[in-house]
Design a binder for this molecule. Structure first.
Ligand SMILES: Cc1cc2nc3c(=O)[nH]c(=O)nc-3n(C[C@H](O)[C@H](O)[C@H](O)COP(=O)(O)O)c2cc1C
Length: 171
């Protein structure tokens, strides 16, 4: 598939089958993450691959809304960055999540970005800190989000190239 077609068919998939993600597909998604551009080429990030069901359940409760899917996904990739190493860690992590979204789509793996930074859990505690506590990661490691992955159990319509919002483009 051409890159533009992959971009148009990329959708956030939140329902997954029980099937294991084939190792070669997961590796391609991680390769994409490691190929993402970073400010000044500093590569301040590290990735935690989580398959443990107890940890996935805990991560799904780290944030009040929009994280429940983590309990049902097959694998989560938590994207952390050393915020002392780069002041562009948010942008660097965001690029990684975008790259993983696209490679997951190309590989037929369902994916959804779960934001943790600036979010709270049901008791008002900081979601990002909850994730650090669950995974045993300490500051200055910060995170933007977690990529939930699994073989898709829902289908979503691709975006249409004919319906793009060209009014947002000024030239
Ligand atoms: C920065 C960012 C944060 C997001 N956070 C969440 C989230 O916490 N939970 C969730 O279910 N989806 C999350 N999403 C997915 C968006 O809801 C989704 O991209 C949007 O609704 C458009 O749908 P699409 O991805 O199918 O095009 C996030 C996406 C982005 C880019």
């Amino acid at each position: 598939m051409e890159l533009l077609d992959i971009m148009a068919s990329r959708r956030s998939i939140r329902k997954y089958t029980d099937e294991e993600i084939p190792e070669e597909k997961l590796n391609k998604i991680l390769q994409a993450a490691l190929l993402a551009p970073t400010s000044r080429g500093k590569q301040p990030w590290e990735f935690y691959v989580i398959k443990d069901r107890v940890l996935l359940q805990k991560l799904s409760e780290a944030k009040h809304h929009g994280a429940a899917l983590l309990a049902d996904c097959n694998t989560a990739i938590a994207v952390f960055a050393d915020s002392d190493l780069s002041d562009a860690w948010i942008e660097d992590c965001s690029a990684v999540l975008g790259y993983m979204y696209l490679m997951a789509t190309e590989q037929g793996v369902g994916s959804c970005w779960v934001q943790m930074r600036m979010r709270k859990d049901a008791d008002g505690n900081d979601a990002e800190q909850n994730v650090r506590d669950i995974l045993g990661v300490e500051l200055p490691w910060r995170m933007v989000g977690i990529m939930a992955l699994g073989m898709p159990a829902e289908e979503k319509k691709a975006y249409s190239l004919e319906e793009l919002k060209w009014a947002k483009v000024h030239r």
